[in-house]
Design a protein around this ligand. Structure first.
Ligand code: C5P
Length: 288
């Protein structure tokens, strides 16, 4: 095999709870993560020279050695003593700094792609451990599906697959740094926490109404006061028929769950026109 093309799907949080701040600076989390159909495309080619080339279809993503996809290639090539290089092309659709793990998704896809391209046969668990060195969301992006994530997000247990949810994702044009949001989180002042077990039961019983009722993310208390427009969008999604709405990760992306693809397309059109936003996506949950 000389080249490979892979999808790099984004994620949303169905719940996100922060239990405590750890001595290593990270937060101890408990969250339900879900793979969605919004994705980037990654195309990787073997190169004879030991170099890593990277390019993207968008101007705003600087494809240098700080890019997580570049770092992923560098790490796996170094760790497995690969003597060749790779050219990486990223067709970007997932907005960055948005709470959707866009960078982590590309990173995970590069690890998977190089594993396959160079026939390294690294088992999934080991690939996930490698991914954890690059970012807390990378292991989930390798695993996919529906999972309970603990620790700093890297301890994963796949749970019963979430029933198909029709989603509208809306990102206001601000970029949010996960680190900054976590830094402003005051754990002691959290009054409303997700009921993770209730969400797991709702997923197991395929009750979309109960999934919608249990959507909860403690980081909303930090990001929404900074960008109140997020709440306005949540209200509009509800007014347009969403069963429930939630900010994903550290934001600013929010999503609404709709009854059908048709309903989500209609709501997305209204949101685009009403707020004049371009980052509005219709997608659905996926399970491998
Ligand atoms: O792991 P990652 O590099 O994606 O995390 C970005 C930043 O988000 C971390 O540097 C940390 O400030 C914050 N974070 C956290 N607790 C987590 C995950 C991330 O405080 N569990």
């Amino acid at each position: 095999m000389e080249h490979i093309k892979l999808k790099a799907p984004a994620k949303i949080n169905l719940t996100l709870d922060a239990l405590k701040k750890r001595s290593d600076g990270y937060h101890e989390l408990k969250m339900i993560m879900q793979e969605i159909s919004l994705c980037d495309d990654i195309f990787i080619k073997k190169l004879q020279n030991p170099v890593i080339e990277i390019k993207t279809n968008v101007k705003w993503l600087i494809p240098d050695e700080k890019n997580l996809a570049y770092k992923a290639a560098e790490l796996i090539i170094d760790r497995f003593n690969i003597k060749k290089g790779v050219s990486i092309e990223i067709n970007k659709r997932i907005p960055i700094s948005a709470g959707l793990a866009g960078g982590s998704a590309d990173c995970a896809a590069v690890l998977k792609a190089i594993n396959a391209l160079f026939e390294l046969y690294i088992p999934k668990e080991n690939l996930m451990a490698l991914g954890a060195e690059l970012g807390s969301d990378v292991p989930f992006c390798i695993l996919g599906g529906t999972a309970l994530a603990e620790g700093r997000g890297e301890i994963l247990n796949q749970i019963s697959p979430c029933p198909k949810l029709f989603l509208v994702l809306v990102k206001i044009p601000v970029n949010v740094s996960t680190g900054t949001i976590f830094k402003s989180l005051d754990i002691k002042s959290i009054t409303k926490r997700p009921n993770t077990n209730a969400m797991i039961s709702a997923i197991e019983s395929k009750r979309i109404d109960l999934i919608a009722d249990n959507l909860s993310n403690v980081l909303e208390t930090v990001t929404i006061p900074l960008f109140p427009k997020i709440n306005t969008i949540k209200s509009k999604l509800t007014e347009l028929g969403a069963y429930g709405t939630l900010m994903s990760g550290s934001g600013p992306t929010v999503y609404g769950i709709f009854k059908s693809r048709e309903d989500s397309c209609t709501a997305a059109d209204t949101i685009r026109k009403y707020f004049g936003l371009k980052d509005v996506f219709v997608c659905e949950t996926i399970n491998n």
